[in-house]
Design a protein around this ligand. Structure first.
Ligand SMILES: [Zn+2]
Length: 135
């Protein structure tokens, strides 16, 4: 049995995020890119996270900080709650998701974010996101 993808798609890792993170294929939709970035957090694929950040906002992200956050959190599961555009034919897309994790004290936390994506020359990039306040 192959390992389930960390992004909770229900598919195996090698049929889901693995080929995207390894560079074997490009994410076709904004949601696929978002899922692969979540999976990248769970395996600390820091350079992938930087490479898939939009060139205009990449300067705001530091590899060390991404790594610290990725490693200080014990990623539990991902729930994609909303998608707007971001399909194969689109140039822009928005994805809202909840990423559940245990913090360093073992408390269950949720990172609820509304993210924006843009496709440049056939490749999706994470532009920016805002935190959605949870109830
Ligand atoms: Zn996946």
């Amino acid at each position: 049995m192959s390992k389930q993808c960390p992004c909770c798609s229900g598919k195996s890792y090698q049929d889901c995020c693995q080929p995207i993170i390894s560079g074997a294929k490009l994410a076709e939709t904004a949601e696929q890119l978002m899922r692969s970035r979540y999976s990248a957090y769970t395996i600390y694929a820091i350079s992938y996270l930087l490479d898939t950040t939009h060139p205009s906002t990449r300067k705001f992200y530091k590899a060390k900080e991404i790594e610290r956050w990725a490693k200080s959190s014990d990623w539990q599961r991902l729930v994609v709650t909303k998608c707007l555009d971001g399909k194969v034919v689109d140039r822009f897309g928005e994805v809202e998701f909840m990423a559940f994790y245990l913090d360093s004290s073992g408390a269950m936390k949720v990172h609820h974010e509304h993210s924006n994506f843009e496709k440049i020359k056939g490749q999706w990039f994470y532009v920016d996101g805002e935190i959605v306040s949870s109830i």
